[in-house]
Ligand binder design. Structure first.
Ligand SMILES: [Zn+2]
Length: 253
């Protein structure tokens, strides 16, 4: 009997604790984005994202081969967003000599889009090479994409966008993470805390994900510390394609 009561109490505690955790409204959101192509390392990092109920966005550069298409499908199947990062990493601003935006799109965007079609992969986002963009390049590329990732430094994008005010098509201004960007874990945590306070979106970008990574890459330890912090704050940790649902949750009450 005593054992049964104990079991009953445990079940009740689990049920109510779980419920109160689940019903607490999420506040603020973070998009971690990763550029270029590090297929195996990215797939390996999926277990870390899973641990924190998190999704990310991966922007693939150069030819979409059958092998890359497989990785993209696996990332999508795990709930992440995949997007494009141009066929040869050419800047959209300034454009290569004698190019206009039509030429840029034909040369840098269409071949990747056609490959995605061939492999039956839907993409709605791209990241600008070197975060170089202008209003004009945005307008031309919004014909193909809903989300264009740039940087909040160079491209003068706001750091925080209130989730209730997310536009349907938007430039995701991100902050770089890696020793090259002089990332400081405590400062990054403070930015997450601020996004939570404002119920706003904050975006970061990096490249590879591996333990002790330096330069423009994300050290696994830093990623895990940031995911943990965002989870403790009860923020949404989402891929770009999940943003409309977050806005909807805030505007349909
Ligand atoms: Zn890049």
């Amino acid at each position: 009997m005593k054992k049964f009561m104990l079991l009953l109490m445990t079940v009740f505690t689990l049920f109510f604790c779980h419920n109160s955790f689940a019903s607490a409204p999420r506040r603020g959101a973070v998009c971690f984005t990763f550029d270029d192509y590090f297929g195996n390392q990215w797939l390996k990092a999926d277990s870390i994202f899973k641990k924190y109920d998190a999704h990310a966005t991966f922007f693939i550069v150069r030819e979409i081969t059958a092998e890359k298409a497989e990785v993209m499908k696996k990332l999508q199947a795990a709930g992440h967003t995949v997007g494009l990062h141009t066929r040869s990493h050419r800047n959209a601003d300034p454009l290569p000599k004698n190019w206009d935006m039509d030429k840029y799109i034909a040369n840098q965007i269409i071949p990747q889009l056609e490959a995605c079609k061939k492999y039956n992969i839907k993409v709605r986002s791209m990241a600008y090479p070197n975060n170089r963009r202008t209003e004009k390049t945005d307008q031309a590329l919004f014909k193909y994409f809903d989300y264009l990732r740039a940087g909040w430094g160079k491209s003068k994008q706001p750091i925080f966008t209130p989730l209730a005010e997310l536009p349907d098509k938007m430039v995701l201004g991100g902050g770089g993470i890696g020793t090259y960007y002089k990332s400081d874990l405590n400062k990054l945590k403070e930015l997450l805390t601020e996004a939570h306070k404002r119920d706003a979106l904050i975006v970061f970008f990096s490249h590879n994900i591996k333990p002790g990574a330096r330069s423009i890459h994300m050290p696994t330890e830093m990623l895990e510390a940031l995911l943990k912090h965002a989870r403790e704050l009860n923020m949404d940790i989402v891929g770009a394609e999940e943003l409309p649902a977050l806005k909807k949750a805030r505007t349909q009450k």
